[in-house]
Design a protein around this ligand. Structure first.
Ligand code: S3P
Length: 200
């Protein structure tokens, strides 16, 4: 699989946004590899900062504690010098300061999918406090209504992921970056879709 040389890779951070089940973590990992960048998963950064799992953070301090930690982690992670690939959590755009820092420092890519696709991917919602014990499709429908306008406003690029494997989504993101001139086309010459990835 071809990798984008550093000299032609986009210079800003690349942030993946979208609802739970959009594939932000899995796609971010492979994308970072292709771009030879560090991958940061914001949920993981939150758990490292707090020393507790997302579930425990929600259980002990409620969603507002989680959002405070998420906002702090976002600042810390984007402060690094080299451009990273950042997989955000689905609710990251809820806070104005998060929207501002992402707009200032990142190319934002919205991984979009139909609600049925998202529900299918999140399964029983284990590890996602907003879904636990609830009907995933119903929760996702409400969240979509609430958040889609923010994703749309924040996104520099939108990539539809229904029916695609992780690797196919990565290729679609890279292609979209090329289309807007953030990666030069020759950088991807010889790039192959090896189809080895699981579903995003
Ligand atoms: C959340 C999404 C989760 C995680 C937390 C809250 C949300 O991340 O940040 O459970 O508000 O949509 P993923 O989108 O990676 O599942």
């Amino acid at each position: 699989m071809a990798t984008v040389p550093e000299s032609v890779a986009p210079v800003s951070h690349l942030a993946l946004v979208g609802l739970m089940g959009a594939g932000k973590t899995a796609v971010g990992r492979v994308l970072a590899d292709r771009l030879r960048r560090q991958h940061v998963d914001l949920d993981l950064a939150v758990t490292q900062l707090a020393g507790r799992s997302i579930g425990v953070i929600f259980h002990e301090g409620g969603e507002s504690t989680f959002r405070d930690l998420e906002a702090q982690s976002l600042v810390l992670q984007l402060a690094v010098g080299d451009p990273i690939v950042l997989s955000t959590g689905g609710g990251v755009l809820g806070r104005r300061e998060n929207r501002a820092i992402l707009a200032a420092d990142s190319t934002v890519v919205w991984l979009r999918a139909r609600l049925e696709t998202l529900a299918d991917r999140v399964g029983d919602g284990v590890g996602r406090p907003l879904l636990e014990g609830r009907n995933a499709l119903g929760v996702l429908r409400d969240l979509a209504e609430d958040r889609h306008p923010a994703y749309e406003r924040a996104a520099d690029l939108v990539v539809d992921t229904d029916g695609l494997t992780v690797v196919e989504v990565v290729d679609a993101v890279l292609e979209a970056l090329m289309d807007v001139g953030l990666i030069r086309p020759e950088a991807l010459a010889g790039s192959t879709v090896d189809g080895a990835g699981g579903r995003s």
